[in-house]
Write a protein that binds this ligand. Structure first.
Ligand code: NAP
Length: 483
């Protein structure tokens, strides 16, 4: 009998937390809804300090064996986990679509993207390579890359699978154990992935997933001297707070925080390509991504042409609920998110910006917003705040220096994008732009093999690539005095 994708998703939904692989239900429960309808799809336990400490204790207990295990064995575990994720792509994608609202096809794409990190870091586990060096003291120095220790991993709702595997892949490859706190709006994907990790043979205690009040759980994790590493993906204000809380115990910290990405189009660019890539970059997850273009700058001589083409394409984007065929843009995660898009739209209009398409909540109501393009007005707001919704404000510019100054005049520095056919300019701007990542003639920059991370208030640390595992290892030097 075939079941609908929605039912395949619901089959993987678990209304519990996991401490050391054991199911924990808890008395008080937090409701999780489908952003497309507001309908409650399930509940998670509201756990607190005691349960978090239990999870930390389990991670501590599991750490010696796991960290000293053969890295090839950990690689084999990661590959088996990846195989199970591949096998469950439909169910995981559907579960994610239900709790996050992103289109089902896009959600399945995220499952594949997320799994890319597990597959990549399986290989990295086999490459925990040390060095040897002759010392000027006449000794030989050997270096070993050793697991940092039990880790706390806190993830956001916008990529419920990928933000987790980008941390767990390298953590497990390095030999770390982990306590995960997923976002309360999208906990079920993390719980389903954790269940598959245990099915794949993860030792008990190596992973716990704790749900409940974020500040309480975050406080217990950051104050614990047993947690040696915190990796956080989320908003800059929360990241700052967690970094402060982690300071007394001198934890290693990685921060993947907010952005306000500039996208720059020069007059010599292929405008059709620029339009298509702007749309790809912007509308994933309905514009709720940390790397999506927040402000588009177009050289004045082609600004009208680019904006008109962009608006014509954006007007065609199908908006709807996750399982409706052909849908490309879904609802926003919560009502507050629509208020923010409306506020940004009001402010860009007040500053003289014209709406070329969209410009209001979607006629189907609920949390749907029309994909929107504006032209003109003031860009200050968009340098300072991410809209996190389906609004593209386009601003004309005159010179390269002017646009680079504007692009860099932001406290954030995560992603950036550049469209030009001039190779010199691509290198010049690519090097001078203050961002952790720059896409040249593309709106898609994230894969497991690319170093992902920001500068300035967008955080520090790298995820993915050959660097991602460095966040989870300490380098130990053993000096041998050989006769
Ligand atoms: P958020 O409010 O900062 O929440 C992120 C996570 O932190 C959630 O699990 C949340 O739990 C938890 N949290 C909130 N307050 C906490 C506290 N006081 N102590 C410990 N944990 C706490 O961010 P969000 O709204 O979910 O995510 C959107 C933000 O993430 C955007 O700014 C986006 O740019 C950024 N982001 C960055 C990247 C990147 O790689 N740089 C990737 C994706 C998203 P609850 O859900 O229970 O509140």
């Amino acid at each position: 009998m075939t079941i609908s994708p929605r039912d395949a998703g619901l089959k993987l939904l678990r209304e519990h937390a996991l401490i050391a692989g054991e199911v924990v239900t808890g008395a008080a429960r937090i409701a999780v809804d489908d952003p497309a309808t507001g309908e409650i799809i399930g509940h998670i336990p509201d756990l607190g300090v005691a349960e978090t400490q239990k999870a930390i204790a389990a991670a501590v207990e599991a750490f010696p064996d796991w960290s000293r295990s053969d890295p090839h064995k950990r690689a084999a575990f990661l590959r088996e986990w990846a195989r199970l994720i591949d096998e469950n792509t439909e169910g995981l994608g559907a579960l994610m679509a239900l709790e996050n609202g992103k289109p089902f096809e896009e959600a399945k794409g995220e499952v594949a993207y997320a799994n890319g990190f597990i597959k990549w870091f399986a290989g990295q586990a086999e490459r925990l390579i040390g060095e040897t060096q002759d010392s000027p003291l006449g000794h030989v120095i050997l270096t070993f890359r050793e697991a940092v220790g039990p880790c706390a991993l806190i993830t956001p709702w916008n990529f419920p699978a990928a933000m987790l595997t980008r941390k767990l892949g390298p953590a497990f490859a390095a030999g770390c154990t982990a306590v995960v706190k997923p976002a309360s709006q999208t906990p079920f994907t993390a719980l389903a992935l954790a269940e598959l990790a245990y099915q794949a043979g993860l030792p008990k205690g190596a992973l716990s997933v704790i749900t409940g009040d974020a500040a309480t759980i975050g406080g217990a994790l950051t104050s614990s001297p047993d947690i040696r590493k915190l990796s956080f993906t989320g908003s800059t204000p929360v990241g700052r707070k967690l970094a402060e809380q982690s300071a007394p115990t001198l934890k290693r910290v990685s921060m993947e925080l907010g952005g306000a990405a500039p996208l720059i189009v020069f007059a010599d660019a292929d405008l059709d390509l620029a339009v298509a890539e702007t749309i790809k970059g912007k509308f994933r997850n309905s514009g709720q991504t940390c790397v999506c273009p927040n402000r588009v700058y177009v050289e004045a001589s082609v600004a009208d042409e680019y904006a008109t083409k962009l608006a014509a394409e954006v007007a065609k984007i199908p908006v709807g609920a996750a399982f409706e065929p052909g849908v490309k843009v879904g609802p926003l995660i919560e009502d507050k998110a629509l208020d923010k898009v409306e506020d940004h739209l009001k402010r860009v209009r007040a500053a003289g910006g014209k709406v070329l398409t969209g410009g209001a909540r979607h006629e189907r109501g609920g949390r749907f917003f029309q994909p929107t393009v504006t032209l003109g007005g003031d860009d200050t707001l968009f340098r300072e705040e991410e809209t996190f919704g389906p609004l593209i404000p386009v601003f004309p510019f005159e010179t390269e220096d002017e646009v680079l100054t504007k692009a860099n005049d932001s406290e954030f520095g995560l992603a950036s994008y550049l469209f030009t056919r001039d190779l010199d300019r691509a290198f010049r701007i690519g090097r001078r732009i203050e961002a952790g990542m720059c896409g040249v003639n593309t709106g898609l920059i994230s894969t497991a093999v690319a170093p992902f991370g920001g500068v300035k208030s967008s955080g520090y640390g790298k995820e993915g690539s050959i660097h991602g595992i460095d966040e989870y290892v300490d380098i130990k030097a053993v000096t041998l005095a050989l006769k």
